[in-house]
Design a protein around this ligand. Structure first.
Ligand code: OGA
Ligand code: MN
Length: 290
């Protein structure tokens, strides 16, 4: 019998590992240094990981804005919130920006996907923690809209599969109040399918969110409000959601096409996260081709 030392069993280079937080959402990544250029197979493994787990969490990544942008650019074309200041100047540098104001905090303490009032909402998003409140708090939650869809009853799935909904700033503008940057306009709106077929996985995800979705097309106000309230209550379930307690230099990469998020507003003092975007495509429903 050959004996093998422990050192022999450890690979010479660190290997990427992803530990699931729950079956529905979240994976903790280890064995990768994002300050270094990533090998193609590492990017491939991370893309597969983000599609599977929805949100990937990396610890201890002390990245510059440039390095964060370079990392995100490996996954697609960098973009910005269509209504942000940075949208007016979409350079590589300001694709990575901070969102520290109180009013922005209020608007993110609602379950949402980013920028769904745009015709082509962000595909992937990242947040990196620069500064956290001294007294704790300020966690962020993520939830799987695949799981939310899949656990609906068959009659409800059949009913919503062919529906579409209007997304607008009707709720966000009042939340932002005077601190709207001026780029978010009352007439910005898009119609998207209520059930989105994910362009990469082909899985169906519930695609209505409490921040941007205004109404379901073709339903009365009462029908639309009631149906949306039911779908939102269902999608907030503990079974499909998780909560992340930040440390400085954590970065999370997530799939905005099938996962929603919520910023818990339970803290005082500064909390600065740097956000970056990878552009998405037009959401398609179950009955659309190509
Ligand atoms: C956002 C957002 C989450 C957070 O920037 O759109 O939802 O935890 N942020 O700040
Ligand atoms: Mn958000």
């Amino acid at each position: 019998m050959t004996s093998q030392t422990f050192a022999d069993a450890v690979p010479a280079t660190s290997t990427l590992q992803i530990e699931a937080i729950s079956p529905a959402v979240g994976g903790i990544v280890s064995g990768v240094d994002l300050t270094k250029p990533l090998a193609t197979e590492t990017v491939r493994a991370l893309r597969a990981g983000v599609l599977e787990h929805g949100a990937l969490f990396f610890r201890d990544q002390d990245l510059t804005r440039e390095q964060t942008a370079d990392f995100m650019a490996r996954f697609g074309t960098l973009g910005t919130d269509p209504f942000s200041v940075a949208a007016k100047h979409p350079t590589k540098d300001n694709a990575v920006h901070n969102m520290p104001t109180y009013a922005q905090r209020r608007a993110t303490a609602v379950w949402h996907m980013d920028s769904t009032l745009a015709p082509e909402p962000a595909a992937l998003l990242a947040l990196r923690a620069l500064e956290l409140p001294p007294s704790g708090g300020g966690d962020t939650c993520w939830g799987s809209m695949y799981a939310a869809y899949e656990t609906l009853s068959e009659p409800v799935k059949a009913m919503i599969d062919g529906l579409s909904a209007e997304h607008s700033a009707y709720k966000t503008l009042p939340l932002l109040g005077g601190s709207n940057t001026g780029y978010l306009q009352a007439d910005m709106r898009s119609v998207h399918p209520v059930v989105r077929v994910h362009p990469e996985t082909g899985r169906k995800a519930l695609f209505v969110n409490e921040l941007w979705t205004e109404s379901i097309v073709g339903l009365s106000r009462h029908e639309s409000d009631s149906l949306l309230a039911m779908l939102w209550a269902h999608s907030r379930s503990e079974e499909f959601t998780m909560r992340w307690r930040w440390r400085v230099n954590d970065i999370v990469l997530w799939d905005n096409r099938a996962f929603q998020h919520y910023a818990v507003m339970d803290y005082e003092g500064n909390r600065v996260l740097q956000k970056s975007y990878v552009q998405g495509d037009r959401p398609r429903g179950p009955f659309e081709n190509g």
